[in-house]
Design a protein around this ligand. Structure first.
Ligand SMILES: O=C(O)CCC(=O)C(=O)O
Length: 263
């Protein structure tokens, strides 16, 4: 198999919890753009929209569309996603967790606040990776930004609802507050279509609002490795998986979360 990443990428991912991989998915961009064009006209029932009263456009997010959008499933099953994930996570098995679409209208003015993904999810474990794929060029100030090394924090960060900043779960005692971003080195890069920012589900990240006169479309594909198991959360997760019917500590069910690689 073609080697798309090197040892220094793996080391950065391990130490910083985030790494930029240049041009690794260039040949998939036309296919993913086609999927995203269909998607924006046909959002799922899970889609959420966010607005800023001072701006006109919307920020739409949508989850778990890989089964119904053939371009997304083609990418999940036939690209190098799983083999790159296996290298980065140092995991012999790779399961697909879900996809997440971020569509920001030109001048929509809604930022993505600093947050950690894992507390919103029905899982626990360290071997995780999200692939953040911008579908058009992104200046550094409109790209993903991450706090280097924050994936090594011993406690999970209290998740909040992005719309009102209130605690996401009623019982939030087990979580810690967001640390001061000034205490960390911020990793952020200008990106081109085909580049990907890979980050651990525990890495604290966010993005500035789109106050540009161009739309911004990003797909995040989320994968998990062999130490990841189901975790019952104190409320509805995001995304939620109604009827998942799993117990704490079980490997995620393969009929919902397909195994992409098992070496
Ligand atoms: O692109 C963004 O605004 C945020 C992306 C993000 O939070 C994610 O992929 O987990």
């Amino acid at each position: 198999m073609e080697i798309l990443i090197n040892q220094s990428d793996v080391q950065s991912f391990k130490e910083d919890g985030v790494v930029l991989l240049k041009g690794v998915f260039s040949e998939w961009i036309d296919i993913l753009v086609q999927g995203a064009k269909f998607h924006i006209n046909n959002p799922s029932q899970r889609a959420l929209t966010h607005h800023n009263k001072k701006y006109q456009g919307q920020f739409l997010e949508d989850f778990c569309n890989w089964r119904r959008i053939p371009e997304y499933s083609d990418f999940v099953f036939n690209s190098s996603l799983a083999s790159i994930a296996s290298n980065l996570m140092d995991s012999e098995s790779v399961q697909f967790f879900h996809d997440h679409f971020f569509y920001k209208d030109a001048n929509s003015g809604v930022s993505t606040p600093w947050h950690q993904d894992i507390p919103y999810y029905c899982i626990s474990g360290d071997q995780t990776v999200s692939f953040w794929l911008p579908l058009e060029s992104r200046e550094k100030k409109f790209s993903l930004r991450s706090l280097a090394g924050s994936h090594l924090l011993k406690k999970e960060i209290r998740p909040t609802s992005w719309s009102n900043n209130e605690s996401f779960y009623e019982d939030s005692k087990t979580f810690m507050d967001l640390p001061d971003s000034n205490d960390y080195e911020i990793k952020e890069w200008e990106t081109e279509p085909g580049d990907v920012i890979a980050f651990n589900f525990k890495t604290i990240h966010g993005a500035n609002a789109n106050i540009n006169n161009k739309i911004s479309r990003t797909l995040s594909f989320r994968l998990v490795g062999e130490d990841v198991v189901f975790k019952n959360r104190p409320g509805r997760t995001s995304p939620s998986f109604p009827g998942i019917n799993q117990n704490n500590g079980e490997r995620l069910r393969e009929d919902w979360f397909p195994t992409l690689l098992n070496i």
